[in-house]
Design a binder for this molecule. Sequence first.
Ligand code: PGA
Length: 253
Amino acid sequence: MSKIIIANWKMNPRSQKEAETLFQQIAIFCKNFKENKVIICPSFPHLYIYKKLKIKKILLGAQDVSVKAEGASTGEVSPTILKDMQVQYVIVGHSERRMMKEDDDVINKKIINLLKFNLKPIICIGEKKRDHDGFFLSYVREQIKSSLIGISGANMKNIIITYEPVWAIGEKAEREATVSEFIEMKIFIKKTLADLYSSKIAHSIPIIYGGSVNSINARSFLIEGQADGLLIGRDSLNHKKFGAILEVAQENK
Ligand code: PGA
């Protein structure tokens, strides 16, 4: 099955020149990609590079969107502006934005706004910490339910769900998640989606993993974990490290 590999560049690289180089270096790795999808999510000011360099074999994603469709909203970026930049996917609900007080209601409004404009939301969910009694599961269930309020079953074909346990993300990660932790969570997410929609819809939604992904654990998450893809932060900023992850995905498509 084809895999979805997403690069979340966050607030990197520091210059336009470095971003252009990174796009071009990654594009070389993707030259022979057929089924797999590679989605790069640069910062807003670097989105234009995609159009400028006419990047092929890569899809463009953004890291955020406004809750509003258009108009007076200082500092915000609308779905229409993103579409004009050839963006097709948008990350919503990333834990780093949730930490900036982006709540479930705002996340839900952003998802609705994206779907209205035929943009595909990459919804990030994940617990801050785990407990032995499994309360973290209800926390994740609530995140899923509240993100999807008012979203029809027909619209679910445009959704990607990323499980990113907050404790496994970034330089300050406590530890990497294990493959069995991902597998259990994938089953739990599918069950929650089946309760909300139907088993058929739950089955069709890609569930991908993010949090300290590298070329070594990528193989485990994709093969043993049967992840539908990966969302990569730090290792997407180095073309060799990201290229190694892409090669793993290519072996396992
Ligand atoms: P990381 O980031 O790969 O650097 O842990 C992942 C993410 O925040 O999406």
